[in-house]
Design a protein around this ligand. Structure first.
Ligand code: ADP
Ligand code: MG
Length: 722
């Protein structure tokens, strides 16, 4: 019956925007729940604070005595905020976070409750990690996994309705020291990038070079639908997307939702999450409507990559949990509604330090221009050599619905530089940019050329990887994904390329060239070898898809079944090994985990489809048919003949639906695959095709069956009723 669906609409018609009361001023709430450097300065001794600050800024080891002092101060602060528990929070190889909560409490022999939190409890925890995916790493070693405090990401308080918990960001590793999470490789990739960047900058004549760090600002797209609708849709609840649903009459044809007025209930929800984020020290900066109806975006200001990655996870958690209180379901799935624009997560990335500034910013002086060209060139080489890696780190069953479809960046990785910068690199390649002297000073003239106008130059939305004035924007990342994988890949490929640049630069300098001439010579070679990755045209066009592969030698990896096995290529294994970011075993375990996630998510969807088609959609068709049949019979008694074309269409589609369901069930039962790759390929091809077939019949039935008999909330309802 359609009881749940009508009930949902009734529930929603009673809703009003949540009353948040008057919100506190930013100055009062900003980072009030974070144990950050400012707070530490207040409550730590001078020496302890100095040690902490150094660790925070450079990643230097913290001595155990200081850790004890920090732990004591952290506990005092957390308890003063009402926390009775603490938790190590870590980032396993899923896109989610994991926690283990412990009380501060211990009892004295006299039976009094006292509290305890030593440096060693702060530094190390031992969750029962056996339930987290680890590939084959721990099967061969031990079931134990450890969490260890990451002092470079600040601890914070998470409030619930009836309590508060001190959350301590951690790495997660096996007892043999192998990375079981996404944080360890991110920290390592950052360190590798720093080492290589130091080399290049010193060769370029810089004497004072502070530690380099990568930065990340992530734009998060999402959908909001009313929770009451979600409750009536098992597919949305269990797989995060609608497996069925006919296109609404009013779709997104008019694009009138983009930057349009935000409905009040949504606005109040956004304010609520933003206040929560501010308390957690997350700099939420912009929010607006997105392309599709019901779709929105939130973007915090950029931060150091490691902190940004933790904050991004926290942001997704806050968005999901806060939505409940407002009667919404926050959907982070990449393609919740077929035929409607999907959701991505643009990962804006740059590298820099306090002495040279942002190395991906062309800057004002010829020296800055030269640094910029070297780093930008290194990125171009990285994308050319490791495009398949960039494709693999964004591979998932859900993101496959976007990539390759004509709405999101294509599954071919190329770099968009913008007309002016592309011209500069082409001129370098052609040997046309030379060092000139102006008034005794070197002049590359780039500060004039590279006055980037952000519009419309960088508005090539069809590129998966675009230069946007002072950073690169990796746009093919999926909305539900952790930003760590992309950041690890970008930092690591940059580290490798900067070493290549440094080697070449060293040789040129040794041959007696000055820095500018040597750098331009290196970049000329770089462009000759790797310029094929630069593409400024329309990434959606079929011509490009053909030319990219046939003329440029780039790889087109349309599905995760094509992309994930790239992680096993010798080039990528060697990249991670020589930069010290992942051992071959750590890399292999990641392939296993991501492949398993891919297989599981498609299998869950296929199973859900079979269930819903059999128990909800087919019965609706049969009920309608029996009503039509009864009516036709009754009318016949009166001598009236009812046209039976609808009934026969419903019958035809219902039969076809069940035939397709049968084929899908049979496909699900197949288990004899020669390899994981074969299994993935089967799911990406045969199974997904059968799912499309099942869906086509179900969606046709939705357009035939009486509205009041249709059990599932319709697209028009979910997308437009708020
Ligand atoms: P757009 O929609 O034009 O792409 P937004 O302002 O929505 O831009 O988002 C841009 C994101 O890029 C923000 O998170 C911003 O803080 C971030 N960003 C800006 N400069 C840098 C930089 N140098 N490095 C990394 N991220 C940056
Ligand atoms: Mg953007």
């Amino acid at each position: 019956s359609n009881f749940a669906r009508t009930q949902a609409i009734q529930t929603i018609s009673q809703r009003s925007p949540m009353d948040l009361g008057k919100t506190d001023p930013l100055s009062k709430i900003w980072a009030c729940d974070v144990f950050n450097l400012a707070r530490m300065e207040e409550c730590l001794s001078k020496n302890a604070f100095k040690a902490m600050k150094k660790t925070f800024q450079t990643g230097a080891m913290l001595d155990p005595a200081t850790a004890d002092v920090v732990a004591a101060a952290m506990k005092e602060w957390a308890m003063s905020k009402g926390a009775k528990f603490f938790s190590h929070i870590f980032y396993p190889m899923t896109n989610a976070t994991a926690e283990k909560h412990d009380g501060f409490i211990i009892t004295s022999p006299e039976g009094n409750a006292i509290t305890d939190f030593s440096g060693s409890l702060l530094i190390k925890g031992e969750p029962d990690g056996s339930s987290f995916p680890n590939g084959s790493i721990r099967a061969t070693n031990s079931a134990r996994g450890y969490t260890a405090w990451d002092p470079t990401s600040p601890a914070y308080i998470m409030h619930t309705a009836n309590g508060a918990t001190l959350m301590i960001p951690c790495v997660f590793l096996s007892w043999t020291g192998e990375a079981l999470d996404k944080k360890i490789p991110l920290l390592r990739s950052n360190a590798a990038m720093n080492t290589a960047a130091q080399r290049v900058l010193k060769l370029m004549g810089e004497t004072d070079v502070a530690t380099l760090n990568s930065s990340c600002g992530a734009e998060q797209e999402y959908f909001l639908i009313d929770e009451a609708f979600a409750t009536a849709r098992p597919d949305i609840l269990l797989s995060g997307r609608s497996l069925f649903g006919a296109a609404p009459a009013k779709g997104q044809q008019f694009d009138d939702h983009y930057f349009g007025a935000i409905p009040e209930r949504v606005q109040v929800y956004m304010q609520d999450i933003e206040d929560k984020l501010y308390r957690l020290g997350i700099p939420a900066k912009t929010h607006h409507n997105e392309v599709a109806p019901g779709q929105f975006e939130i973007a915090p200001y950029f931060e150091a990559a490691n902190v940004a990655a933790d904050h991004q996870q926290l942001l997704m958690t806050v968005m999901k949990t806060t939505a409940k209180a407002h009667g919404f379901l926050c959907m982070l799935h990449e393609k919740p509604f077929a035929g409607v624009n999907g959701s991505g997560k643009h990962v804006n990335w740059s590298v820099g330090n306090s002495t040279q500034g942002n190395l991906l910013d062309p800057g004002q002086t010829p020296e800055e221009n030269l640094h910029f060209l070297a780093f930008c060139g290194a990125v171009i080489r990285g994308v050319h050599l490791f495009g398949p890696l960039l494709r693999a780190v964004i591979a998932s069953a859900s993101n496959d619905h976007r990539l390759g479809a004509n709405e999101a960046p294509p599954a071919i990785l190329s770099v968009y530089l913008g007309d002016q910068l592309e011209q500069v690199f082409n001129d370098i390649k052609a040997g046309k940019i030379l060092k000139t002297e102006k008034g005794g000073h070197m002049d590359l003239g780039l500060s004039q050329i590279l006055k980037f106008e952000r519009d419309p130059g960088d508005r090539n939305r069809t590129s998966p990887f675009a230069f946007t004035g002072n950073r690169f924007e990796f746009r093919a990342v999926g909305s539900s994904q952790s930003v760590s994988g992309p950041l690890i890949a970008m930092n690591t490929m940059l580290a490798d390329s900067l070493h290549w640049v440094a080697d070449k630069l060293e040789a040129e300098l040794n041959s007696g060239k000055d820095v500018a001439t040597a750098t331009l010579a290196v970049l000329k070679t770089l462009m000759e070898q790797h310029g094929n990755a630069v593409f400024g045209g329309n990434g959606y066009s079929p011509d490009w898809h053909k030319a990219a592969v046939e003329e440029r030698g780039l790889k087109n990896l349309p599905t995760s079944a094509d992309a994930l096995p790239e992680l096993l290529s010798p080039e990528i294994a060697s990249l991670f090994e020589r930069t010290g970011v992942l051992t071959p075993a750590e890399l292999y375990s990641r392939f296993e985990v991501y492949a398993e996630q891919y297989i599981n998510s498609i299998d869950v969807e296929a199973k859900l489809m079979v269930n819903m088609a059999t128990t909800m959609i087919y019965p609706a068709a049969v009920t309608y048919l029996s009503e039509l049949a009864a009516t036709a019979g009754n009318l016949q008694d009166l001598g009236i003949t009812l046209d039976n074309s609808v009934a026969s269409s419903v019958a035809t589609e219902a039969n076809a639906l069940m035939v397709a369901v049968g084929k899908l069930s049979a496909a699900r039962a197949k288990h004899d695959f020669d390899s994981v790759k074969d299994h993935m390929t089967f799911l990406a091809g045969t199974v997904r095709d059968l799912m499309t077939e099942v869906r086509a019949h179900a969606d046709t039935l939705e357009t035939l069956i009486a509205d009041e008999m249709w059990p599932l909330p319709k697209y028009s309802e979910m997308l437009f009723i708020k």
